[in-house]
Design a protein around this ligand. Structure first.
Ligand code: G6P
Length: 362
């Protein structure tokens, strides 16, 4: 059928979509920069953000996890206080709002009912909204004041991959534009660094078999697993755990390394796989300490690190990127490991049980 043609030579949409991530990043660079290589957003978007004293990111699932990374980037680069909220909670338990809030709806599909319910409510209260979505003309796009598109191309697999990296890249572009407008000092040049990220993504995707091996070794036969990291890595751990849960049905938790000892470490037994993401220089020693703690209790630790914080025996060492953009890179190994774990366990990768690509009921 038609969908088989679109999939081309790929066994699954998820694999195809993971592979498309470097091209998506390049596409985003093209769409958001002018001929002088400067970031260019519409006047409408610029006006919306210039009026805001605080950003409220509202999203579900993988988009929520991308929002957590976006919060750090917005606060550190643009200096604007940013909160991230799960749509279904926000709708019914609205937090205290600032004087001039801007609502940013993150949604691959632009159709998620929980997010739409929040949009309807905030508009009723007279607030402004910006939607970041992959689907032009989607409900959340039409009903918000402004839209920034993800330019990721159709995402078919239920487990979201390229929309996650696209959302982080577009949030970073927004953060840089706000920083420029408010005269903030910029720690590095975003667009060239995103171009480098795309090249590095290509190199990771060219080594897929390594992650197939890691999935076999750590995830194939386990019934539970932990992803641990600190700071931005902890946010990527939430996404890693979500991917593993969604498609391989392994009970998985993403945890900030330092918080393990306050409860979850009780679950570590001989052979429990613990996947550690280590990209942030500032917390390298602490997270390595956490790895030692779990290994001392019998855990089977898999370390994915990055040049600059690497140890020689790490399972995989990613090429160096600016630590603030590390989530764009270190999410790839966990996406791939989730994919290969699901395959090895005989799961239906593109259509996992009980899940829908777009949830249009509250
Ligand atoms: C569903 C999908 C998830 C997705 C979430 C939010 O639960 O299975 O993969 O992350 O919806 O979707 P959205 O389209 O709003 O990003």
């Amino acid at each position: 059928d038609a969908s088989d043609i679109e999939k081309g030579t790929y066994a699954h949409y998820m694999l195809k979509e993971m592979d498309e991530q470097p091209a998506v990043i390049r596409n985003i660079i093209q769409h958001y920069q002018n001929e002088n290589g400067e970031i260019e957003l519409t006047e409408g978007v610029r006006e919306l953000v210039s009026e805001a004293d605080r950003i409220y990111i509202v999203a579900c699932g993988t988009s929520y996890n991308a929002g957590l990374v976006g919060k750090d980037i917005l606060e550190r680069i643009a200096g604007i206080p940013t909160e991230v909220h799960v749509s279904s909670e926000f709708g019914y338990n609205m937090p205290l709002l600032s004087e001039r809030p801007l609502f940013v709806f993150l949604s691959q599909s632009g159709e998620t009912a929980d997010s739409r319910a929040v949009l309807v409510e905030v508009k009723k209260r007279g607030y402004k909204a910006l939607t970041m979505t992959n689907v032009p003309g989607s409900t959340l796009s039409r009903e918000a004041n402004e839209t920034m598109l993800l330019h990721a191309g159709p995402e078919i697999a239920v487990a979201s991959t390229k929309a996650y990296t696209a959302q982080i890249a577009v949030l970073a572009i927004l953060a840089y534009d706000i920083a420029r407008a408010t005269g903030k000092e910029l720690p590095f040049d975003l667009m060239p660094e995103l171009a480098r990220v795309a090249t590095i993504m290509d190199s990771i995707m060219a080594q897929k078999e390594l992650f197939e091996d890691l999935a076999e070794r750590y995830l194939k036969t386990t019934s539970n697993t932990f992803f641990i990291g600190r700071g931005l890595d902890a946010s990527v751990c939430l996404e890693g755990a979500l991917k593993v849960k969604e498609i391989s049905y392994i009970q998985a938790e993403g945890y900030p390394g330092g918080e393990l000892k306050h409860g979850s470490i009780a679950l570590i037994e001989g052979g429990t796989p613990v996947i550690a993401l280590i990209s942030q220089p500032k917390t390298n020693l602490n997270i390595r300490g956490n790895v030692k703690e779990v290994v001392a209790r019998g855990a089977n630790a898999c370390i994915i690190s990055m040049q600059g914080v690497e140890h020689e025996n790490d399972d995989f060492i990613l090429p160096h990127v600016e630590p603030l953009l590390a989530p764009l890179i270190n999410v790839l190994p966990v996406q791939l490991m989730a994919y290969y774990a699901a395959l090895a366990r005989g799961c239906d990768v593109d259509k996992p049980r009980n899940l829908a690509k777009s949830v249009t009921v509250e």
